[in-house]
Ligand binder design. Structure first.
Ligand SMILES: Cc1ncc(COP(=O)(O)O)c(C=O)c1O
Length: 408
């Protein structure tokens, strides 16, 4: 049976403390106990339904976590103060000194920097591989490997991970497959394809308002309990806890995610097809020219399309910068990092979100200077947007002016 993540969100039912249609917000950092014994049991992890201290859990954070677990089809989830606040404790919970990670080499720059520069200080090493080549992935596994890490659709190159294939490798070698699904919420459900743990930066499409950072780890009850354990849980001890007020606001935005993803995908498909027809080097998983188009199709849930992210290569950083500045001037979007906003956001990843990756490695993985990453907005009239973008490209000689004949 096909998985329907948006139905799972729709079917959640809440009765607030006073019968409100939204759950009441728990605006407390600490909680009372009627008996000292219950407090002791809660510390021991044996008192379900009792709250201790909001760094551990709070009602509002649990509501959001449960909604995201329903979306990903996992037993439960733990929300965090940012996407990095989800990624770093997961790695540190699963790996200790001497352990090894096999990671996709095309991942968010912050995750790359953490694995490349930070975890070696704890004697955790990482091999970065081309995640689209399963034989290369398997060859990188050593007896110390504990984690296989990837993004379902990678930032910024939009490479697509074969999650079923990777899950089979992970199972064979007794590794945990951790998938960052930030670029493809609803479209791809990694746990349904065999992943063990799914992470999101909620900052992006899921919240969709560019008004907060946030993150989530979705997984088994056992793993989430381990992350929250008061004695050795990485979420509990590293302390990147989401604030309850924020959890309540992200939960409200989550309810429109399915409509937003449909519009992001619709608009991105329209622009990608136009840009490609114009002769621009365009990467979008929804294009047949994308090397993993068929793979994405084989993994995707119905209705939500191929997502809102696309890249074009305009040849040089100077041209990319000029185009982005002009598009911002013409109010086509913002020259800004991040994604999932109602307006289009664009940035040149080589000099921004992926600048942590050394230049020679950027070249090797195909991250060129002229690459512009677009997070396509919710524009009501995408044809108008395209025409204005095209005018910008023509005025900067990125595209030739259309002849009179071809304009009719
Ligand atoms: C794919 C991906 N994962 C994780 C992150 C980190 O999330 P946050 O900025 O919420 O910490 C980002 C941020 O850009 C991202 O693009």
């Amino acid at each position: 049976m096909s998985f329907k993540p948006a139905n799972n969100i729709q079917d959640l039912q809440y009765f607030g403390e006073f019968g409100g249609v939204n759950p009441s917000i728990s605006d407390s950092s600490t909680y009372t106990f009627l008996s000292a014994k219950t407090m002791f049991d809660t510390f021991e992890g044996n008192a379900d339904g009792c709250y201790l201290y909001s760094r551990h859990s709070s009602p509002s954070n649990l509501y959001l976590g449960e909604a995201l677990a329903a979306m990903e089809g996992t037993e439960t989830a733990n929300v965090t103060a940012s996407g990095m606040g989800a990624i770093t404790p997961v790695i540190l919970q699963l790996c200790g000194a001497g352990d090894h990670v096999v990671s996709s080499r095309t991942i968010y720059g912050g995750t790359y920097a953490f694995l490349k520069n930070f975890t070696p200080k704890l004697n955790i090493s990482t091999s970065f591989v081309d995640i689209t080549k399963l034989d290369v992935v398997e060859a990188a596994i050593t007896e110390n490997t504990k984690v296989l890490y990837c993004e379902s659709v990678s930032n910024p190159l939009l490479e697509v991970a074969d999650i079923k294939g990777l899950a089979a490798i992970a199972k064979k070698h007794n590794l945990k497959l951790v998938v960052d699904n930030t670029f493809s919420p609803l479209s791809i459900s990694p746990v349904k394809l065999g992943a063990d743990i799914v992470i999101h930066s909620l900052t992006k499409f899921i919240n969709g308002s560019s008004d907060t950072v946030g993150g989530v780890v979705c997984g088994t009850q056992e793993f989430i309990d381990a992350l929250r354990n008061v004695n050795d849980g990485a979420c509990m001890l590293l302390g990147s806890t989401m604030d309850s007020l924020r959890a309540a606001s992200v939960l409200k935005n989550l309810r429109t995610l399915h409509i937003r993803m449909q519009q992001h995908s619709h608009n991105a498909t329209y622009l990608a097809q136009k840009f490609e027809a114009d002769g621009l080097k365009t990467v979008y998983p929804g294009l047949e020219s994308h090397p993993s188009h068929e793979l994405f199709k084989s993994m995707m849930n119905e209705k939500y399309g191929f997502g809102g992210m696309l890249t074009i290569d305009v040849g040089s950083l100077d041209k990319a910068n000029a185009l982005m500045e002009l598009m911002q001037e013409k109010n086509l979007g913002y020259l800004a990092v991040s994604l999932g906003f109602y307006k289009t956001l664009f940035s040149a990843p080589g000099s921004s979100t992926s600048s942590e990756i050394p230049e020679d490695e950027q070249k090797e993985m195909g991250l060129s200077d002229g690459l512009i990453r677009f997070s396509i907005g919710l524009d009501a009239d995408i044809e108008r947007t395209y025409n204005m973008m095209r005018e910008c490209m023509e005025s900067l000689n990125i595209l030739d002016k259309k002849s009179e004949a071809s304009l009719v």
